[in-house]
Design a protein around this ligand. Structure first.
Ligand SMILES: NC(=O)c1ccc[n+]([C@@H]2O[C@H](COP(=O)([O-])OP(=O)(O)OC[C@H]3O[C@@H](n4cnc5c(N)ncnc54)[C@H](O)[C@@H]3O)[C@@H](O)[C@H]2O)c1
Length: 253
């Protein structure tokens, strides 16, 4: 029996980066996984690769900002797996470092809030009825240490991640009596393929990020995937409304 063998989970942003690793770990621990992402080709390929290894992973196009797209994704997961009792809200856009005075409002505020905060909200709004029907569930919102600490020039991102942490608590309290848990996992700078390319271009950025971290390395996608598996699993049966910083001590400083 895997740690997630009774779990049927949607992972948004599961085509790339941290989300892709969350999909891998969920599958390895026995979950049935629906990848929901706008990167269709990459998401399909990731699901196919895992299916070849014998895991039950499918892909459904999902734009997290679109209510109908969420409904289609939840219906597809229920049709494929028979129920839906897990949701990982990982899809997000990153903010360009742009001061308040020279922000592009359309992108750096409205778009960021739409994808990074309204998107996860719509996910919970859509999926919670399916969780009630399944007799309970677990939601894991992937936040950021940026939601807890000030970072210069990341207004929309910081606000969306801070909002996500607050929303996590509100949802946890509202649905505790339905056996639905809701927690937030907050990564620090994490070396995904995209971040690695940025560091290759700007080695000084990597040195600065490392200097900020208490632990002598930056985050890895598997650090957050492991924390997410814990939050989805019955090992976390009495954990709800919490924010778990997976940050090598960044927020402890
Ligand atoms: N990588 C880091 O350093 C870091 C640090 C702190 C927090 N995080 C958080 O971790 C999560 C994953 O980050 P990542 O670095 O792996 O990102 P990434 O850019 O590698 O992947 C994000 C995924 O989200 C998808 N996506 C974007 N917009 C979407 C939409 N509208 N609908 C559906 N899918 C959409 C993308 O296609 C992509 O697959 C994010 O929530 C991010 O804020 C990352």
């Amino acid at each position: 029996m895997g740690r997630l063998s009774d779990k049927c989970v949607i992972v948004t942003g599961g085509a790339n980066g941290i989300g892709a690793e969350i999909v891998n770990k969920c599958a390895e621990h026995g979950a049935k996984v629906m990848i929901g992402d706008v990167m269709d080709e990459q998401g399909e390929a990731h699901a196919a690769e895992l299916c070849e290894k014998g895991y039950d992973v499918q892909f459904q196009h999902l734009d997290v900002t679109d209510r109908n797209s969420w409904k289609e994704c939840a219906e597809a997961a229920k049709a494929a797996f028979g129920k839906l009792n897990g949701l990982v809200n990982c899809a997000a856009l990153s903010q360009r470092c742009q001061g308040l005075d020279d922000m592009d409002l359309d992108w750096d505020w409205y778009k960021l809030i739409d994808v990074d905060l309204t998107g996860p909200f719509l996910g919970m709004y859509t999926v919670i009825p399916y969780m009630k029907e399944a007799g309970g569930g677990s939601i894991v919102n992937i936040g950021s240490v940026a939601g807890l600490t000030a970072q210069c020039g990341t207004n929309g991102y910081t606000a969306s991640k801070g909002g996500m942490i607050a929303l996590t608590r509100a949802v946890a309290i509202q649905f505790a009596h339905d056996w639905i848990r809701c927690n937030c996992v907050c990564p620090v700078t994490t070396v995904t393929e995209n971040v690695r390319k940025i560091f290759e271009q700007y080695p000084e950025a990597e040195a600065a990020e490392r200097a900020d971290c208490a632990y002598p390395r930056l985050g890895l996608p598997e650090d957050h995937a492991n924390a997410t598996v814990f939050m989805l699993s019955e090992e976390a049966a009495y954990v709800t409304g919490q924010t778990l910083c997976v940050d090598g001590g960044y927020t402890a400083k």
